[in-house]
Design a protein around this ligand. Structure first.
Ligand code: 13P
Ligand code: SF4
Length: 351
């Protein structure tokens, strides 16, 4: 039963004490978040992992790429465990090494040594290592603007992996026009609209990888338009993984931490429509009964892979640690970890 599982989780946490650290991403289910030692957005969770030298075991409540980052940043004597290995991220899966090497070679032909790669942390450790190896850095949704500015201080052009929307939204925010951006389609192995663009390639400064978040693409312009018509004084607050048109039409956009802070600071009685993952929207609704909060898409949008981390998997992972035979260990091979860490540390140094 749920009560028995909760009692087990509490018991093991008590028993292992400081040996155990449980970071939880804001998109995790309440049933596991209640046991988290710290919650945060991707940047905060990465920083917390880097700081915690005490914990022998880090039970990561989030998705695979976050657990990989935690493994890269923790010492080799610390073990990172992901309670369900099926907790991946469809966006991170949209960029593999073969595709990236092909894109890079093509970009060198086209633009020579004028490009620096940046990758959203929502990417595999291998992609982070590629970026680290080529002088680039990771970014999160809370520091993307600063990191783009840093990158433009290094080179004329940026290859931004794997989320075209975060890349486009951030670059536009910095004053880069859409005509200076081009999309690389990794499946087709070519630029989108290549023939039409052939004459103005030199003007391109931002090369966007054609990846996206399947959760945030569910927030559509029609939802914004309907609300503006039916409920014009409702504020619209979205995550920058939403499409360009949705972000442009909304009132505010930012990382999960920004979304939480904005709602916290909002006056009682204010009205909000939020475009982000369902668990976070529901938590905000429950924690702020004095504010009128709805999901921007009336059909709530869950992240199915975040939801793989449920109470039974979480307790199972804890019990295996208690028994001295941890399961689902995340181990990034050393050569990848070293170069991946370069990319992550360049981010830490600049935010
Ligand atoms: P942040 O918490 O950094 O905003 O990331 C959102 C996300 O989609 C994580 O997968
Ligand atoms: Fe990946 Fe989107 Fe889920 Fe985040 S919300 S883990 S980007 S699929």
């Amino acid at each position: 039963s749920t009560a028995a599982l909760e009692a087990r989780a509490a018991e093991i946490k008590r028993k292992l004490g400081k040996k155990l650290f449980i970071p939880g991403h804001h998109y995790q289910k309440d049933e596991v978040i209640q046991f988290a030692d710290a919650t945060g957005d991707s940047l905060q969770l990465a920083q917390l992992s880097a700081q915690n030298k005490q914990a022998e075991y880090v039970v990561f409540c989030g998705v695979h790429f976050m657990a990989e980052t935690a493994d890269i940043l923790t010492d080799s004597c610390q073990t990172v465990v992901l309670p369900d290995m099926r907790a991946g991220c469809s966006m991170a899966d949209m960029a593999n090494m073969e595709q990236t090497e092909l894109a890079w070679a093509r970009l060198q032909d086209k633009f020579g040594d004028t490009i620096i790669p940046l990758t959203y942390v929502n990417s595999t450790a291998e992609i982070k290592a590629f970026v680290g190896r080529h002088g680039g850095a990771t970014v999160t949704s809370s520091n993307a603007k600063k990191m783009l500015e840093w990158a433009f201080g290094q080179k004329e052009r940026i290859l931004f992996l794997p989320d075209q929307h975060l890349g486009r939204n951030t670059a536009y925010d910095l004053g880069i026009s859409l005509s200076e951006m081009i999309v690389w389609d990794p499946v087709a192995g070519r630029f989108e609209e290549q023939e039409e663009r052939e004459s103005d390639f030199a003007a391109v400064t931002m090369i966007l990888w054609k990846g996206h978040c399947s959760v945030h693409e569910n927030f559509r312009l029609e939802h914004v338009h309907r609300l503006r018509l039916e409920d014009p004084d409702r504020n619209i607050l979205v995550h920058p993984e939403c499409t360009f048109h949705v972000v442009q039409a909304s009132d505010f956009n930012g990382s999960t931490k920004y979304i939480i802070d904005t709602i916290k600071a909002a006056p009682a009685g204010s009205k909000w429509a939020i475009g982000t993952e369902m668990n976070l929207v529901n938590r905000l609704i429950n924690e702020h009964p004095d504010k009128d909060i709805v999901s921007l898409n009336p059909e709530m949008c869950p992240c199915l892979t975040m939801n793989r981390i449920d109470l039974p998997h979480f307790v199972w992972a804890l019990e295996q640690i208690e028994a001295g035979r941890p399961v689902n260990k995340i181990r990034v091979p050393d050569h990848i970890a070293v170069e991946g860490k370069l990319a992550i540390e360049r981010m830490f140094a600049n935010v």
